[in-house]
Design a protein around this ligand. Structure first.
Ligand SMILES: Cc1cc2nc3c(=O)[nH]c(=O)nc-3n(C[C@H](O)[C@H](O)[C@H](O)COP(=O)(O)O)c2cc1C
Length: 286
């Protein structure tokens, strides 16, 4: 890896030194100096992005695109998008195009990332038979759990194992049985007959993995809105895949990976005529 500065182009603005004082320092001529070989670098690309005259080259970043920013949405425009995004559970049968999938993944790749490791992985499931099997298997497991929770003995046992987690889950418990029954009857209440599920996973040893994946997923949710696609996060898919060998093998998630979030995507069957403005949170101010 080598970082160089075109001294003819450099205007000595000092921005590279401000954004990265590990690999840039003020040189004797007032222009930045870079160590050879460079010091630790996470390839964030801030040095290249901040240089107003394109004077910096970085071999580790060759092939990375740096373009002038396009017009950014205003706060009002962004809020209009955020307030009109809804979790969609009603889809047409139209499959996603390869272009649409690529656009969603490109948006995911722009998310912030712990240490810029960029090792979030995606499994895109569009095979109808696999999607159906996922729904049916999760439906069956959910039905099993709903049955067990009806027995006081099992409930006490599950309470011992899950404790507070089961309590947190309490409001959802009455939904489990109908969800399982409907799904097993062919009315898919797990993946809602969506034509695509995106599983976002990382190494289970990655301490930033959960956050990395969720930020990438959030980009997918928003990018989908701009493409006229609908999405829903499916927590009912994530943990079953992590905990069931058969399901993991079905979607070929590596053994040492954890699915951090799962998102279904499809063409919405209809639009929502109202946005929802939720009250802003009251933060703790310190
Ligand atoms: C972590 C997480 C898990 C979720 N799991 C499910 C799910 O399994 N099934 C489902 O229908 N919706 C699921 N949702 C969607 C929520 O129900 C939805 O976001 C919430 O009701 C708010 O509605 P909105 O997304 O339309 O604003 C999940 C959302 C999140 C963030």
């Amino acid at each position: 890896m080598k970082i160089s500065i075109d001294r003819e182009k450099c205007t000595a603005c000092g921005r590279c030194v401000e954004v990265c004082n590990i690999n840039f320092s003020e040189g004797e001529d007032g222009k930045p100096a870079v160590p050879d070989p460079p010091g630790p670098c996470i390839l964030c690309g801030h040095c290249l992005a901040v240089c107003p005259v394109g004077a910096i080259t970085h071999t580790g970043l060759a092939g990375t695109g740096f373009d002038p920013p396009g017009r950014r949405p205003t706060y009002e425009e962004l809020m209009a998008l955020l307030e009109s995004r809804r979790s969609r559970r009603e889809f047409t049968e139209k499959p996603l195009s390869e272009g649409e999938i690529a656009s969603l993944l490109a948006a995911a790749a722009q998310a912030p990332n712990g240490c810029n490791k960029r090792n979030v992985c995606y499994t895109v499931v569009t095979d109808k038979a696999v999607l159906k099997e996922l729904s049916l298997k999760v439906g069956k497991q959910t039905g099993w759990l709903a049955d067990k929770l009806e027995s006081p003995v099992w409930r006490a046992a599950l309470n011992l194992v899950w404790g507070r987690t089961l309590k947190e889950f309490e409001p959802l418990l009455p939904l489990l049985k109908p969800m399982a029954e409907e799904t097993l009857k062919g009315h898919d209440m797990v993946l809602y007959h969506a034509p695509c599920a995106i599983l976002i996973h990382t190494s289970k040893y990655n301490t930033c993995g959960a956050e990395d994946a969720v930020y990438c997923g959030a980009n997918i949710l928003l990018a989908a809105e701009t493409l006229g696609l609908g999405t829903c996060v499916i927590g009912f898919l994530t943990e079953p895949i992590n905990n069931d060998r058969g399901l993991r093998e079905l979607v070929r998630v590596p053994k040492d990976h954890k699915v951090r979030t799962s998102i279904i995507v499809g063409h919405p069957a209809f639009g929502y005529s109202q946005g929802v403005r939720r009250p802003s949170p009251e933060p703790t101010r310190i």
